[in-house]
Design a protein around this ligand. Structure first.
Ligand code: CUA
Length: 313
């Protein structure tokens, strides 16, 4: 039946994805079986006991003890099996092993931020080593979001003022899609990310050096990539439309009025400060809601973004 699973369900990316699918398929088959049984009997009885002539009267039936016991006990047994099966899986999914790699996840409108034990931070992109248990400690800075990786069979709400946890052992190397599964406003559908499951060596290399391909890319190209992958695009448009933050179109080289009343020239230094200390000088009529990218952006990445912003005419 694996062909049916591969049509119905996404790939299995964690150690318990297969178990979730076993139960899912069991429920699907039980539901399918009883659907066919009920509809089949209904159709059969319609034909078999149809009125054949005038004056034919249906006998008066009050109840049938045997039949009622059967249709009570059989479903009871089935839902009991489903309950304990599900509860067993739930327990496994809730209690992380003590040696799990811990990653802090912060959700905010409308991006995901990940922080690793060595201080590395990423936006909308998570890297995990294959075959090692990973524990996520998640919280939100504003409203309820939901961390959802379909191929991991994982979904847990991410709440403000509270930590929720998730753990898993990734079993399949490659790219997996991350979504926000709780409607959180205008940018909800943009609140997606990438989960990379790497080999142990590749993961360590990424942790120390960052993305290989990015290191050799021209600055402006790298900037365009970072504009998307670091979540800038959710708030800063390129076409002049006003978002949560100012549009980047024609911003470079212009004098802009700040909330403090000062008029500031938007140059390289202003852009750099705005990335690392976003609250320092906020443009007039905007709110200071941008997170700091200190520790998230490497030096070369800051340069790349500045080059990219310069090119937005
Ligand atoms: Cu965050 Cu929807």
């Amino acid at each position: 039946m694996s062909w049916l699973r591969s049509i119905l369900l996404p790939v299995e990316g964690t150690q318990y994805a297969g178990k979730v699918d076993d139960l899912y398929m069991f429920i699907l088959f039980v539901s399918g079986f009883f659907f066919l049984l009920v509809v089949g009997l209904l159709a059969f009885f319609l034909l078999r006991y149809r009125r054949r002539g005038p004056g034919e009267v249906t006998p008066y039936i009050t109840h049938n003890f045997k039949l009622e016991v059967v249709w009570t006990v059989v479903p009871l047994l089935l839902v009991t099996v489903i309950f304990f099966w599900g509860f067993h899986g739930y327990l496994e999914a809730t209690v992380p092993p003590a040696d799990a790699l811990e990653i802090q996840v912060t959700a905010k409108r409308w991006l995901w931020q990940f922080e690793y034990p060595n201080g590395t931070r990423t936006i909308n992109e998570m890297h995990v080593p294959v075959g090692k248990p990973v524990k996520l400690v998640m919280s939100s800075e504003d409203m309820i979001h939901s961390f959802y990786v379909p191929s991991f069979r994982l979904k847990t709400d991410v709440l403000p003022n509270r930590y929720t946890e998730l753990w898993f052992t990734p079993t399949r190397e490659g790219l997996h899609a991350l979504f926000c599964a709780e409607y959180c406003g205008r940018g909800h559908s943009d609140m997606s990310g990438k989960v990379w499951v790497d080999s142990e060596a590749k993961y360590q290399d990424w942790l120390e050096n960052g993305d290989q391909s990015a290191q050799s890319m021209p600055l402006k190209e790298l900037g365009a990539l970072l504009y998307e992958s670091r979540g800038c695009a959710t708030c800063h448009s390129l076409d002049g439309t006003r978002g949560q933050g100012p549009s980047l179109k024609n911003i470079f080289g212009n004098r802009q009025r700040m909330a403090s009343g000062k008029v500031v020239l938007v140059d390289e230094n202003y852009l750099r400060t705005s990335m690392l200390q976003p609250q320092a000088e906020i443009l007039e009529s905007f709110e200071g809601i941008m997170p700091t990218f200190q520790g998230v952006l490497r030096e070369r990445e800051i340069l790349a973004l500045i080059e990219f912003i310069k090119a937005q005419k």
